[in-house]
Ligand binder design. Structure first.
Ligand code: SF4
Length: 358
């Protein structure tokens, strides 16, 4: 298949749905660890097509949502410094920190600019030599190679007024924490196609080897998703646990060695703080020593104590423990015009997806 329409073919979809119904004989809970999958499940009505005893859980798959308040508050504190420009991805603009957001800071005169590629931060820095430019570097393994390239280039060009506020995350250690915590029963994982394009399937092998759970790296079109779910159900019914790749037209077992090489050149693995999940060892990056002068966390900035809205359930939603409909604020007080938590802001956020489609 080559054209996008072919991955939405109704007859093939019906055949796959029928096979899922025939194959699945018992209740199962499957977790997707990618916000794009969450959106696709709703957009294409996949939840309604599946047997009632297959439950889909959303995991920590939205990079904006998993960014903890302390990092957002730090970025906001940076934006209040004199002669400072913040360069950020657009999704972050409206995400509330403890007491403010980039949108509010911009309305009050902060110089906050939306960028679409990390390399744009370099351009802003070159064009504003008398200002400090802070790039809020968030994202999973999909984004990290371009952040790494931007960091390496800024170092090579000796750009002195550019800093990176690093809040990048690595997905596999988080899956380990979810399995270890046993807060929610997960029978299998629908693994993220984008992240796996970079990583390949090797970093996910522990899911089957240590936890005896199956997982399938899955694409994002309806037929991809249905086939991925069928592959998972077949493994569960056969009591097998392997890391399979459904998204073979994009994902290779070894991932993307060039992209991985750039990440390794710029960063070392380090722990990272996640919303709802806390500090997870080896789930983030730190700068390699030659690049530490570009680290915004080295700057002396006063940051107010961080806190989250006591009724926001984003932390539990990101672990699959709760769904947005269980949040008292959902739709009534928290909505896209007045987001209380990040899950209502990001296009990949579970709350915003529920509001749009559920
Ligand atoms: Fe948080 Fe709003 Fe989602 Fe509730 S609906 S969990 S307040 S983002």
């Amino acid at each position: 298949m080559k054209l996008i329409d072919e991955f939405r073919n109704k007859d093939i979809a019906q055949g796959l749905i029928q096979r899922i119904h025939q194959t699945c004989t018992r209740p199962v809970q499957l977790m997707e660890v990618c916000g794009t999958h969450t959106v696709s499940f709703f957009r294409y009505g996949i939840r309604e097509m599946l047997p009632k005893h297959i439950r889909l859980l959303s995991g920590p798959g939205c990079p904006v949502c998993v960014t903890p308040n302390e990092d957002i508050d730090f970025a906001i504190a940076l934006s209040r410094q004199k002669d400072t420009v913040i360069a950020t991805f657009g999704d972050m603009m409206r995400v509330p920190g403890s007491t403010s957001s980039f949108q509010k800071e911009k309305a009050e005169g902060g110089d906050i600019r939306i960028i679409y590629s990390p390399l744009e931060a370099l351009k802003i820095a070159r064009e504003n030599p008398h200002k400090k430019v802070m790039f809020f570097a968030i994202g999973f393994e999909t984004t990290s190679p371009t952040i790494a390239v931007a960091l390496l280039r800024a170092h090579r060009e000796n750009i002195r007024n550019l800093y990176f506020l690093n809040s990048q995350k690595q997905v596999p250690p988080t899956i380990r924490v979810l399995l270890q915590s046993q807060k929610v029963g997960i029978d299998g994982f629908i693994l993220p196609g984008h992240v796996s394009t970079i990583l390949g399937n090797d970093p996910f092998q522990f899911i089957s080897e240590e936890f005896s759970r199956p997982a399938v790296i899955t694409g994002f079109e309806p037929l991809d998703i249905l086939q991925g779910i069928l592959m998972l159900i077949e493994q569960i019914e056969a009591k097998r646990a392997a890391i399979e790749i459904q998204y073979t037209r994009v994902v290779h077992e070894r991932g993307n060695p060039v992209a991985l090489g750039k990440i390794a050149e710029a960063f070392e693995t380090d722990g990272a703080s996640w919303r709802g999940l806390g500090w997870i060892p080896d789930s983030g990056y730190r700068f390699r020593p030659p690049f530490d002068r570009l680290n915004a966390r080295n700057l002396d900035v006063e940051v107010e104590p961080s806190f989250e809205h006591p009724e926001c359930l984003c932390g539990e939603i990101l672990q699959g423990i709760k769904i947005p409909l269980e949040c008292r604020l959902f739709r009534k007080i928290c909505h896209p015009e007045n987001p209380i938590g990040p899950c209502m802001v990001s296009m990949e956020g579970t709350c915003s997806t529920y509001l749009k489609y559920a």
